[in-house]
Design a protein around this ligand. Structure first.
Ligand SMILES: Cc1cc2nc3c(=O)[nH]c(=O)nc-3n(C[C@H](O)[C@H](O)[C@H](O)COP(=O)(O)OP(=O)(O)OC[C@H]3O[C@@H](n4cnc5c(N)ncnc54)[C@H](O)[C@@H]3O)c2cc1C
Length: 456
């Protein structure tokens, strides 16, 4: 297994459970990839490289957490507090009504939206009851215009909640991906839309992965950068070359982001179909996510998390409350914008503080004790129309070598769930290759209420 992000770890653990002796090879000194934590030397604090949220519909990620015994370390909530500059709050969340109406009462009374916005959103949700064809070439922006969405609905819901979940501008999002997010988070069931956050730093969440693999006869090789691999036809074995030696294996799963996979391609055996894969990778594009980690001398809000309206900072996470840590640690997340990522450090931090004070006035009296700005330039891949053709399946052009990673063909946007799904699909492919097919992919949650009557 090359790469110990969510994709590599979930594939490795599923294969270990299926009886394989897995070697998990990772270039960094810790597990988790883009969803990890580390000790930041500047502030002497362990921070997640960014807050990572999951939802009830992330069945494969939850399946991976269950497999390694950490599912109880996720804190779940069904409420989403939206705050306007000045502090006015609206809380979205489920009611007693059956799906997909469960979120309607709170949406219809949310002060964040005018009546025109609420009606526009109701109209859009209604339109999304019908499945959107996967090959639709329409952008979310055009779809919103066609469905007469008001400015308030676009800015406060579609841009903020949906585009930031997909981490791209609305004119660069394919409608089927936006529709998937809406259906899963707001329509299928209250359970599917409930939001989960780790109560421990991310890399701590994966601590059981190493003993899990070792008990099954496998091992984890950290600080091991893979540079290439050769296939030996006679012995049906791969020799994986790393900067520090070689690793022999009957099967290889390349669970890398698309840019690292691209770098590996010239160092794999020649294959005509490799050009096709290279062409698919060339169509992938990165989007950045920034996070600002702030430690104050006092508590600035009692909320665990909130969606911040009409400003560049989007999401507030109260890490002291969520992770039960000492101090007053607030994390702000800015997604779906290249402009913020391009700002100089001091300017970005000053803006984040200024904006935060508009939502939580206590920030003005509080003393900032320390701060970290994390810019993840290669956070996620985009999902523009036509992207599905650029997402390869687990089966690769090479014998006994399979692909995983959030960017491969899973139907999900760039998320931990997509990583976990890709890992489980690759594990299924390996089991199939040894003639012992087994179902590893965790089933989707069943839609509830009236949504059971809708075809997907
Ligand atoms: C800032 C930020 C915020 C995000 N927020 C969310 C969120 O809230 N919810 C959500 O679901 N998703 C979120 N994501 C996306 C999520 O992190 C990714 O979709 C997911 O972690 C991808 O997992 P992966 O295993 O496919 O890839 P990666 O995590 O990138 O794992 C690949 C691994 O391969 C290793 N590697 C690379 N090259 C080599 C090599 N040559 N040899 C050996 N190892 C190598 C890397 O070090 C890495 O550990 C966020 C991402 C970022 C960056």
């Amino acid at each position: 297994m090359i790469g110990a992000g969510v994709a590599g770890m979930s594939a490795a653990c599923a294969l270990a459970e299926a009886g394989f002796r897995v070697q998990l090879v990772e270039r960094r000194g810790y597990l988790g990839g883009r969803a990890s934590s580390y000790l930041h030397p500047g502030v002497n604090e362990v921070i997640d490289n960014c807050q990572h949220v999951l939802f009830g519909c992330c069945t494969n990620l939850i399946g991976f957490y269950r497999r390694i015994g950490v599912a109880d370390k996720i804190h779940w909530t069904r409420d989403m507090t939206m705050i306007e500059p000045g502090g006015l709050r609206s809380v979205l969340g489920p009611s007693f009504l059956p799906a997909p109406l469960h979120g309607l009462p709170r949406l219809m009374t949310a002060s964040a939206f005018t009546w025109a916005d609420r009606l526009a959103l109701g109209r859009a949700f209604n339109a999304l009851m019908k499945p959107v064809p996967r090959d639709s070439t329409e952008t979310l922006k055009d779809w919103l215009i066609r469905h007469k969405q008001t400015e308030g609905a676009v800015i406060r819901f579609w841009r903020l909640v949906i585009a930031s979940a997909l981490n791209a501008e609305i004119d660069e999002i394919a409608v089927p991906y936006a529709a998937k997010v809406i259906r899963e988070l707001f329509m299928n069931s209250a359970e599917a839309g409930s939001m989960g956050m780790s109560t421990v730093p991310l890399s701590e969440l994966y601590a059981p992965v190493t003993p899990y693999l070792e008990v099954c006869g496998g091992r984890v090789l950290l600080n091991t950068h893979v540079e290439g691999a050769e296939w030996e036809e006679e012995t049906s074995q791969w020799t994986v070359r790393t900067r520090t030696g070689v690793v022999m294996s009957d099967f290889v799963v390349v669970a890398l982001p698309f840019e690292a996979t691209e770098k590996l391609l010239p160092h794999l055996p020649p294959s005509e179909k490799a050009d096709e894969l290279a062409g698919q990778i060339a169509r992938q594009e990165h989007w950045p996510i920034c996070s600002v980690h702030l430690w104050f001398d006092r508590e600035v809000t009692e909320l665990e998390h909130a969606v911040l309206l009409d400003r560049e900072i989007h999401w507030m996470y109260n890490q002291s409350r969520l992770q039960g840590r000492g101090g007053n640690y607030i994390e702000l997340v800015v997604s779906a914008t290249r402009a913020f990522a391009a700002k100089p450090r001091d300017e970005a931090i000053a803006q984040a503080l200024r904006e935060l004070a508009e939502f939580f006035p206590r920030v003005k009296e509080a003393k900032l004790e320390k701060v970290v700005l994390v810019k993840e330039v290669r956070a996620t891949f985009g999902v523009p129309p036509g992207i599905d053709a650029a997402r390869p399946p687990a089966i690769s052009p090479w014998p006994n070598l399979f692909l995983a990673g959030d960017w491969v063909q899973t139907g999900w946007p760039s998320t931990m769930e997509s990583g976990a799904r890709s890992g489980h699909l690759a594990a299924e492919a390996v089991c199939g290759a040894v003639g012992e097919p087994r179902r590893i992919l965790d089933a989707d949650l069943r839609p509830r209420g009236l949504m059971r009557l809708m075809t997907r």
